[in-house]
Design a protein around this ligand. Structure first.
Ligand code: NA7
Length: 547
C-alpha cells in the first residue's frame, strides 16, 4: 500500500485482537469505512503472540467468547473447560473468516504515530514502513498486555544457547527435550509454562524472585451436556455476565470471612479450590479484597495447600507468597504448578536472596553460583495497560502528546478517551475495568458504546467528540477512590506499574465492577454524552458541551 496521498477512511483501528475484530464487524455494519492495522501476520492480538507452552486463558471458554452474534455462539464448540491459546486463536480466525473481516485488515503493519490534523479534523496515522493513512476517528485496540518486558540483564548477548520471551514465542514451537532450561519469572505466564517445560527438559531451573498465589484450573475436556445447556440459555447468561462484577456471573455473597466460623470458612475455600479457577475463591466472602484480616484467611488457606502439595518443606516455604494480599496481584490459575516442584528434574532457585548478576555464555550467574543452561525463557511480563499506547507517538491538539500528558500517570475519561485527543478512543484503557474483568465482556461493551457514540455524532451533524478535562479528572479521582477502598493498591503489581522501573505508580484498572461501569457509561450516553465536548460540523464550529 505505497501511495503518495494518505488513503482516507472514516475509522482507523489499530490492532486485530478481540477488540479490533468486533470493531471492524460493527463499524462496517454501520456504514463507516474502516481499516484495521495489525503488526502480526494474522488476527488474534494477545492470542497471536503468546504461544508459549501451556498458554491458556484463566476465564472459562463459554464465558471468554463473543456474545454479539447468536449464530456464532451457537455454532462454535469449545473442547476444553479453559481454552488453550491455539483454540482461542482458531476461534478468532473463524470469526475473521465467518464475517469476512480480513479484507479490511492490513497485516505486518505496525503503527508508528497518530497525529491529529486540526485543519482537516482527521487523524494522520503513519506506519513503520512509512505509509500514511487518515481518518476522522482513530481507535486504539492495542491491548493491555501487548508490550513485552525484557529486563536489561547484563550479558544476555553473550549467551550461547537460545533464549525466548514468552510473549514472542516462535510460531513453530520449541522442543526442550533433553535440555537444561532456565525460566525467569513466576507470574501467570511462568506458572503456566513451567509444568509444560518440566515435562520435556532434562533439567529445569526456575529463577523465582517473588512467589505468586495460584489456584488449580481443574481443566479438562468440556462437559458437552454443560455446553449444550449453557448454549440454550446463553442470552440470560450473557446478560448476567454483563451485569456482574468481573464479567462472569457468580453468585455474590454478603458473608464476611471473619464473621464465619473457621470450620465453615475452610469448607467454603475448599469447595472453591475443588471447583477451580480464581473467581470462586476471591468471591467466597465479601470482605476478602477489603480487609487484610479477612484476606489472610484465604491466603493462609492457599499457603496450606502449597505445603500439602509440595513435598520438600523448604521449597514449599519458598513458594508461599507473603508480600501481598491474595488477589491483589493477578491470581494465577494453573495445571499441576506446585506439584511440578516434586519432580527430580526441577529446581527452584531463590533470586530474591541471591539475585541474578548476569547472563553468561554458558548460562546464568547469581550471587550464589552458576547455572549451566542450553535455553533461557523469560516470563518477565509486560509494560501493562499503557505500554502499547505510549509505544505509538500519539499527538493531539496543539502538539500535545500522550507521552507528555501521561508522564505522571495515565488519565482517561471512562478509560475510553483522553482530553486533548478528539475522536481518539482506546479499548480497555486505564480507568476502565479491563484486566480486572472478563476482557471479552468489557470489550463488547466498549465497542458498542464507542460505535454508538460515533453514530450519534453522525446523526446529529457533529464532527468530533472529546473528553472534557474536568470530567476526566473527576473520573480518575473516582477510579483511585474506589481502588483505595480495596486492598488492590497495596501490592507491587503491574496493575500499579510496579514492574517497570520509573513508571508512575497508580492503580490503573477500574475496580468498581463491570455491571456498574456499564450502567454509568449508558447513563452518560443517555444524557447526550455527558462529560464530552461535541463539536458541530461546518465552518462556524461552535462547541457544544454536554458536561
Ligand atoms: P508478570 O505477572 O508481570 O510476571 C513477571 C515475572 O517475572 C514475575 O515473577 C517477576 O518477578 C519476574 N521478573 C521480572 N523481572 C525480573 C528480574 N529482573 N529478575 C527476576 N525475576 C524477574 O507477567 P506474566 O507474563 O506472568 O503475566 C502477565 C499477565 O498476563 C497475567 O497476569 C495474565 O493476566 C496474563 P517479580 O514479581 O517482579 O519479583
Amino acid at each position: 500500500m505505497n501511495q503518495q496521498a494518505p488513503r482516507a477512511f472514516d475509522v482507523i483501528v489499530v490492532g486485530a485482537g478481540f477488540s479490533g475484530l468486533y470493531l471492524l464487524y460493527r463499524l462496517r455494519k454501520m456504514g463507516f469505512s474502516t481499516v484495521v492495522l495489525e503488526a502480526g501476520s494474522d488476527v488474534g492480538g494477545t492470542w497471536y503472540w503468546n504461544r508459549y507452552p501451556g498458554a491458556r486463558c484463566d476465564v472459562e471458554s463459554m464465558e471468554y467468547s463473543y456474545g454479539f452474534d447468536k449464530q456464532l455462539e451457537q455454532e462454535w464448540n469449545w473442547t476444553e473447560r479453559y481454552p488453550a491459546q491455539p483454540e482461542i486463536l482458531r476461534y478468532l480466525q473463524h470469526v475473521a473468516d465467518r464475517f469476512d473481516l480480513r479484507r479490511d485488515i492490513h497485516f505486518h503493519t505496525r503503527v508508528k504515530s497518530a497525529r491529529w490534523q486540526e485543519e482537516t479534523g482527521t487523524w494522520k496515522v503513519r506506519t513503520e514502513s512509512g505509509d500514511t493513512l487518515q481518518a476522522a476517528f482513530c481507535i486504539m485496540a492495542t491491548g493491555c498486555l501487548s508490550t513485552p518486558r525484557l529486563p536489561p540483564f547484563k550479558g544476555i548477548e553473550s549467551f550461547q544457547g537460545k533464549w525466548y520471551h514468552t510473549a514472542q514465542w516462535p510460531k513453530e514451537g520449541v522442543d526442550f527435550t533433553g535440555q537444561r532450561v532456565g525460566v525467569i519469572g513466576t507470574g501467570s505466564t511462568g506458572i503456566q509454562a513451567i509444568p509444560k517445560i518440566a515435562e520435556q527438559a532434562s533439567q529445569l531451573f526456575v529463577f523465582q524472585r517473588t512467589p505468586n498465589f495460584s489456584i488449580p484450573a481443574h481443566n479438562g475436556p468440556i462437559d458437552q451436556s454443560f455446553q449444550r445447556s449453557l448454549k440454550a440459555r446463553y442470552p440470560e447468561h450473557r446478560a448476567a455476565a454483563r451485569a456482574s462484577f468481573f464479567g462472569v456471573p457468580v453468585e455474590m455473597t454478603a458473608d464476611s470471612a471473619l464473621a464465619t466460623p473457621p470450620e465453615e470458612r475452610q469448607k467454603r475455600f475448599e469447595a472453591a479450590w475443588q471447583y477451580g479457577g480464581a473467581t470462586r475463591t476471591l468471591q467466597a466472602f465479601a470482605d476478602l479484597l477489603v480487609t487484610e484480616e479477612a484476606n489472610a484467611t484465604a491466603a493462609d488457606f492457599v499457603r496450606g495447600k502449597i505445603r500439602e502439595i509440595v513435598k520438600d518443606p523448604a521449597v514449599a516455604d519458598l513458594l508461599c507468597p507473603t508480600d501481598h494480599p491474595i488477589g491483589t496481584k493477578r491470581i494465577c490459575v494453573d495445571t499441576h504448578y506446585y506439584a511440578t516442584y516434586n519432580r527430580p528434574n526441577v529446581t527452584l532457585v531463590d533470586v530474591r536472596k541471591a539475585p541474578i548478576v548476569e547472563i553468561t555464555p554458558k548460562g546464568l550467574h547469581t550471587e550464589a553460583g552458576d547455572y549451566e543452561l542450553d535455553s533461557l525463557v523469560f516470563a518477565t511480563g509486560f509494560d501493562a495497560m499503557t505500554g502499547a499506547l505510549l509505544g505509538i507517538e500519539i499527538e493531539g491538539r496543539d502538539g500535545l502528546t500522550l507521552q507528555d500528558k501521561w508522564s505522571s500517570g495515565p488519565s482517561a475519561y471512562l478509560g475510553l478517551a483522553s482530553a486533548g485527543f478528539p475522536n481518539l478512543f482506546m479499548m480497555t484503557g486505564p480507568g476502565s475495568p479491563s484486566v480486572l474483568s472478563n476482557m471479552v465482556v468489557s470489550i463488547e461493551q466498549h465497542v458498542e458504546w464507542v460505535t454508538d457514540a460515533m453514530a450519534y455524532l453522525r446523526e446529529h451533524g457533529l464532527k468530533s467528540i472529546e473528553a472534557d478535562a474536568a470530567a476526566e479528572t473527576d473520573w480518575m479521582r473516582h477510579v483511585t477512590e474506589v481502588a483505595d477502598t480495596t486492598l488492590f493498591p497495596k501490592a507491587n503489581s503491574w496493575y500499579v506499574g510496579a514492574n517497570i522501573p520509573g513508571k508512575p505508580r497508580m492503580f490503573m484498572p477500574y475496580v468498581g465492577g463491570v455491571g456498574p461501569y456499564r450502567d454509568h457509561c449508558q447513563g452518560i450516553a443517555d444524557r447526550g454524552y455527558e462529560g464530552f465536548v461535541l463539536e458541530p460540523d461546518g465552518p462556524q464550529g461552535k462547541v457544544q458541551r454536554a458536561v
